[in-house]
Design a binder for this molecule. Sequence first.
Ligand code: PGA
Length: 258
Amino acid sequence: MEVIIKGDYNGISKEAAAYIADFLYHKPNAVLGLATGSTPLGLYKELIRLHADEGLDFSKVITFNLDEYVGLPPSHDQSYHFFMWQNLFSHVNINPENVHIPNGMAKNVTVFCSWYEEEIEAYGGIDIQVLGIGTDGHIAFNEPASSLGSRTRLKTLTQQTIDDNARFFKNAEEVPRYAITMGVGTIMEARTCILLASGESKADTVAKAIEGPVTSMVSASALQLHPNAIFVLDEPAASALELHDYYRWVYENKPRES
Ligand code: PGA
């Protein structure tokens, strides 16, 4: 695992965007796994800036989003469809046919989830998966006790997640109870995983994910078993890490390619 600690939120957004942009310059038809939530907003802003100012090209990029609320149509302003178009896709030259987001209105969720898995495979798998982390340790909506081998499926949200996400709705009652989410096993097949975390409220969870035991109770801890997982943290999110100074030293003294 690589742990990159930056001073602030702007720093983590720029670091993740630079990594993705560099990858896209080498592989313009890359398959990106994308996340929603407040954490990746800065990353998406920076990708939009790179598109506008430096011509970063999304025309051949394929995307797969991690999750979607069940019961919210794409037009709902809290759906993840709406979020992705509002915060990234409408501002870059992505081909709408290359965008994949779980269908929260699917009539047969099981059939839809199998199709989604097959579609990821048909595109050759995910090159870079962007992740946030919930205060309950989830990646995507893989709530505590999700199997570390789980695939795309229906998941019931925990009260913690409902309370965390209530800030986006009128009240907690309006937050959907169910979501379609990629599984931990699905995410672990991405060739690179980049997990972003910001703020002190994530510090204890981040420490559990990086330095605690691998456990389904903190699904992000599965990334300890991933061959290319990168945690990009701001100082407050990194503040509970036992080996904080070591990670900083390793990053600052990393041999750079010329
Ligand atoms: P946040 O959500 O980015 O809004 O903190 C992260 C998550 O729940 O995965």
